[in-house]
Design a protein around this ligand. Sequence first.
Ligand SMILES: NC(=O)c1ccc[n+]([C@@H]2O[C@H](COP(=O)([O-])OP(=O)(O)OC[C@H]3O[C@@H](n4cnc5c(N)ncnc54)[C@H](OP(=O)(O)O)[C@@H]3O)[C@@H](O)[C@H]2O)c1
Length: 240
Amino acid sequence: MAEALIWITGGSSGIGRAMVETVPFSSATVINISRSPCPGVVNLSLDLSDPLSWGKVACSFEREMLSHDGSTVILVHAAATVQPVCFAEDAEHLEAVRSVLLNSAVPQVLGSAFLSATRGRPNLKRVAIFLSSGAASHPYEGWSFYGAGKASIEQWVRTTGAEQRMRGGALLLAVAPGVVDTPMQQAARSAKAENFPQRERFVELHATGQLTDPNSVARRIWSLLYANYPSGSILDLRRL
Ligand SMILES: NC(=O)c1ccc[n+]([C@@H]2O[C@H](COP(=O)([O-])OP(=O)(O)OC[C@H]3O[C@@H](n4cnc5c(N)ncnc54)[C@H](OP(=O)(O)O)[C@@H]3O)[C@@H](O)[C@H]2O)c1
């Protein structure tokens, strides 16, 4: 019997991959959801910017819950994209649509499906952690779709967390991880300055060794499971 059943979106890379590698349970079933696989875990290979994939994730939530008799279920939502990196008026139509679907719609739809599939078991610890960003509240020119996605995550977590507090239900957290050394940061540094005017700031942070290591960030995120933050909390690892 696995103690924990854990879904991680974006477990193929960066922070999501580090979350897979630092799971803090002695026995856990870990399911990665991304387009490319993560070694050593169950993989649901899906493009989450395609709405047809969302029902498949919801089916996985329902199916796995039928046989799970451990103490804990967790959703970590790390999948996201900074693309298209450009001013909104320059965005290519389909790229804008895909970004809005992945960054804004997926966390809400999958978060809701997770809560629905896991409810009704009084002794089950239910946790959903959503990766957010300073871009949720600070305008980075060229990241309008990404920043709006993170802002929508935070308001969804605030509101749904308040609902869950009323019912004594799941713990929902949105967590901004700081500036972490991942392929997403490479994408920020390789953007054209005309499309992303604050690019130099990220180049400088990298050049001066100020990016944090994904595994240490992942361990800090996992430690939030035991920190007693109220459901609906919006956290920034740089300020904890
Ligand atoms: N790195 C930072 O400094 C930083 C700062 C603030 C917030 N964050 C947040 O932390 C989270 C992880 O970021 P990261 O830096 O680790 O990024 P990353 O290395 O680029 O990883 C992004 C992950 O998202 C998955 N993904 C992207 N598009 C997808 C799609 N259409 N369908 C399914 N999965 C998709 C990727 O998997 P596939 O390509 O295999 O599909 C990958 O596993 C993100 O939510 C990001 O916004 C990161």
